[in-house]
Design a protein around this ligand. Structure first.
Ligand code: B1M
Length: 213
């Protein structure tokens, strides 16, 4: 089951993915196995291929749509089984910036990797990030910027989040953002693309767990 299901995700075969999730549930396969070995495994392959430029944005969007549709079937069973997300992330495009195509890809990849994602949309003010982090207890906050003129809004938001004393790790990205800039503004992580954002979020999550252990 799981190999074929992950192949459906990789190919973006929505109907096939839904049919295989239903079939696996009917056969008594547990929801977590279907999620991890089928859906997440498929999206992980897409993420790796995207990083290596073997596939491009349209293929990622098609795979993510198949994952989303299959998740609609699986989600109630996961809830019944009490399966927890691997982490919780709040994400948004910073104040003054309306670009969301890249940010949406990051959202899809994070969801594909098993994160619960609270997407705040675009033009997100620092206090909106702060409120969302407080109400959701997110461990990760992602900030995206596509304009050189809105990059400073990342610094403002990160400073506000730190000043609020929140126990959250920050990840920044977007075409004009560099790892050097991320370091200068005090971000905990930087990702050049959506697939790397998953790797960075996972590593920040494990750092955070080991710090609090
Ligand atoms: Co705008 N725009 N735009 N635009 N636009 C750019 C960014 C620009 C480079 C075009 C240009 O001049 N060549 C330029 C910025 C120049 C600069 O600042 N250096 C520009 C400008 C100037 C503007 C306006 C000011 C134009 C105007 O009105 N005069 C205006 C600003 C509006 C505003 O935001 N306040 C504007 C408006 C728009 C549209 C609304 C028309 C539209 C946005 C639609 C939308 O997003 N819903 C738009 C678009 C589409 C673009 C281009 C053409 C494409 C951007 C895009 O979606 N790329 C862009 C030119 C270009 O890039 N060729 C341009 C695809 C996307 C997948 O890539 O977002 O980089 P990207 O995301 C990547 C990575 O960066 C990374 O992962 C993604 C995928 O792997 N990533 C993260 C992104 N966020 C991340 C977060 C992370 C980690 C990784 O962690 C949290």
């Amino acid at each position: 089951m799981s190999k074929t299901l992950s192949e459906c995700i990789i190919k973006g075969d929505q109907a096939g993915a839904v049919a295989l999730v239903k079939e696996a549930l009917a056969e008594g396969v547990d929801a977590k196995t279907i999620l991890n070995d089928g859906l997440i495994a498929g999206m992980a392959v897409v993420g790796e291929r995207f990083k290596k430029n073997e596939v491009y944005i349209p293929e990622v969007l098609i795979a993510a749509r198949a994952m989303k549709t299959a998740m609609e079937v699986l989600a109630p069973k996961l809830a019944e089984a009490g399966v927890e997300p691997i982490g919780r992330a709040v994400i948004g495009t910073v104040q003054g910036d309306l670009h969301d195509i890249g940010k949406n890809l990051v959202v899809m990849m994070l969801k594909g990797a098993g994160f619960e994602v609270i997407d705040l949309g675009v033009d997100v003010k620092p206090d909106v990030f702060i409120d969302a982090i407080k109400t959701t207890s997110a461990q990760i906050v992602g900030l995206s910027a596509l304009l050189t003129t809105t990059m400073p809004a990342m610094e403002v938001a990160i400073k506000a989040i730190k000043d609020a004393g929140l126990e959250v790790r920050t990840v920044v990205g977007g075409a004009p953002v560099t790892s050097g800039y991320a370091e200068r503004i005090g971000a905990d992580g930087y990702a050049a693309d959506a697939a790397s954002a998953v790797d960075v979020a996972k590593s920040l999550l494990s750092e955070r767990v080991s710090r609090t252990a």
